[in-house]
Design a protein around this ligand. Sequence first.
Ligand SMILES: Cc1cc2nc3c(=O)[nH]c(=O)nc-3n(C[C@H](O)[C@H](O)[C@H](O)COP(=O)(O)O)c2cc1C
Length: 189
Amino acid sequence: MSKPLLQVIIGSTRPGRIGPSIATWVAGIAAGHPAFEVEIVDLADAGLPLFDEPNHPMLAQYVHEHTKAWSATVSRGDAYVFVVPEYNHGVNAAMKNAIDFLYQEWQRKPVGFVSYGGVSAGTRAVQQLKQITAALRMVAIVEAVYLPFPQTQIDNGVFTPPEASVAAANAMLDEIERWTTALHPMRQV
Ligand SMILES: Cc1cc2nc3c(=O)[nH]c(=O)nc-3n(C[C@H](O)[C@H](O)[C@H](O)COP(=O)(O)O)c2cc1C
């Protein structure tokens, strides 16, 4: 049986963002974890406009090609890590918009968070995301990676955080593995 697919989703889309450096780091750790196949998904590549579907995503009656493509991408995932910055004490708009586009695709799958920002390390964005993902019947993993001022640990695009962040990432991945296994039967009904 093939391993579950963990998608590491880069939540920021702005030119000059640091999201890809952080996503590449956590995807590397996940690739070394025995439980998962790993894929990086970049919201900048998805090219989603502001939500423009006429029907509620619950119906999965998508009319736009960008939504059908986004649906196909997210459907492949068995579990997710959202790599998210904090913008204005909350989740950034591109991430919320990308979540809102879909419904069934997210259901009964675990999601872990790698957040970053200033001294708050993106924790306020994660608290909002826990509320949002609960509405989609996702399971938000308690173990998370919170990164304060990660810019100071990026050199030539390569993010090298302290060992404590590596340990936090592994703890998160172990818990995602448990929930991926536990939720799998619920996705068959
Ligand atoms: C519009 C905007 C709002 C921001 N608001 C916050 C904030 O509320 N808290 C915080 O810790 N950092 C805040 N920041 C700083 C970001 O955490 C930092 O710029 C980070 O690099 C953004 O992620 P990105 O580079 O992947 O886009 C903000 C940045 C932007 C662009």
